[in-house]
Design a protein around this ligand. Sequence first.
Ligand SMILES: [Zn+2]
Length: 264
Amino acid sequence: MLYRCLLLFLLFAAGARVPGQSVKPASPTMDEIRELPDTTLRLAFHFVALPDGTNFVRDARDSLVVAHGGHEKLRADVLMYYLLRELNHRFRVALLDYPPSRDTKLRFALVGGADRPLESAAFYREGEPLRPVAEGFNIVFTRYRGRGRPDAATTGTGSTTIYVYDRLQTYLAGSHDTWTVARLIGHELGHALSLDHTFKCDNPCAGRGFDPLEECYGECTDHNGGSGAVNCFGGSPRELMMGYGSQLHLTVCEVERMWAFLLR
Ligand SMILES: [Zn+2]
């Protein structure tokens, strides 16, 4: 027990940022992570309207909800509730190949707290500058205006902004799917917390839980920008979150890397 307490102290001491002092980041093993308190990632949601002004709404009595048969996912607070629930479930059971637990020990909450979810939501006209929240991850629901129509994007390691594209249109068309949306956010958070695609040739976790070639039909990529020449979708029965496909699971190496990033 003494050893365990000492170890925890050292982990947090190494994770603390001391001004003017360079400290090598802690790289906890999964056994060590299992003994740490959960880490909660706080999310702020940003909803950008379509060109005609249509947007997710704040009020259950809004005419848009009424016109769509009471479609509750058009309400920002309800949508956020489902996404948080799905993300928390996903990260509780995501870990593969670690018999003691499937829990990544990562949790999700709203930056403004659970009691008033709309305080964690911001609404915009199309083209209006975003007002990102500094102390959390910013999840931006918006329309994709370029070519290629990705489902979601982030700029990579260290980013705190995640874009989710064209979901309002799918809800207006009748979809009630939040499972896919949480899956997309989880994948992009993985990038933001330093993870590469499983089919990236030089993925630092390659060989520990997956083979990049098996993740994309024998064609790994040298970047995180997408599939490349071969469509990697469904490339592995492992259903890894950082591959393309079901995106359910994380390997021990990937969870250790995310925690090392968070404790840096
Ligand atoms: Zn990706």
